[in-house]
Design a binder for this molecule. Sequence first.
Ligand code: SAM
Length: 245
Amino acid sequence: MPRKRFGQHFLVDQKVIADIHRVVAIRTSDVVLEIGPGRGALTAGLVDSAAQVIAVEIDRDLAADLKVRFPSACLIEDDVLSVSGDLFRKKRIVGNLPYNISTNLLLRLASQNDFVDMHLMLQREVVERITAVPCSKSWGRLSVKVQRIWETHRHFDVAPEAFVPQPQVTSTFVRIVPLGNPVEIRNESVFDNVLRTAFSQRRKKLSNSLSQFEINWSRLGIDSAKRADQLGVMEYATIANSLVR
Ligand code: SAM
């Protein structure tokens, strides 16, 4: 039985699985990290094409089955949110992510740009947030964190019928690539604190929502009468960096 607490919605539509493999286009030299292999819907094709597949699965029973079915893969039975960031380095990352951890995983990884690329199935609403532009409804902390370091590209939507059991929302398959020149951040936690504070009161003027920080607005050339959703990545980086001596 699929385990709800692990967000288990298994891909069963063979056309979607084939489309994913076509888009990811694994080469024989690639080292792949699969997040949440589940019943191996994507793993089979990855093992066939890649130099090495490492897979992180939290469900002990599924991990045990996968070890038998894919002896050449390196199965790590663990929570992907608690593995070391080193595991992602130089990997091509693939995953039909459990929806309950997708935002947390993206936020956790969004200070890391040392992986090759990442192809993920996410709920469409999360993809709208990571691909959003300023002044739109979806623009928020996740958009800024992700876009300061990664480029995102929407591939295709996937209907609930492609999964068993069916999720309640439409999914989107997305490609994420680290930027060659990410926007420089002097201190990640200051950056995060500014974003969190600004977007927790997104309709307020920045002069009010960010009043707890000592910001010299005129020196930074940023209009403090604007609202949180009107600033872009560079402006948030400028504000956060000005707070770090
Ligand atoms: N890749 C499979 C597929 O496409 O059919 C399964 C996808 S299912 C949406 C998500 C998978 O991630 C499940 O196998 C689930 O057990 C696993 N999972 C859930 N939370 C996890 C976590 N924190 N760390 C690692 N795997 C997790």
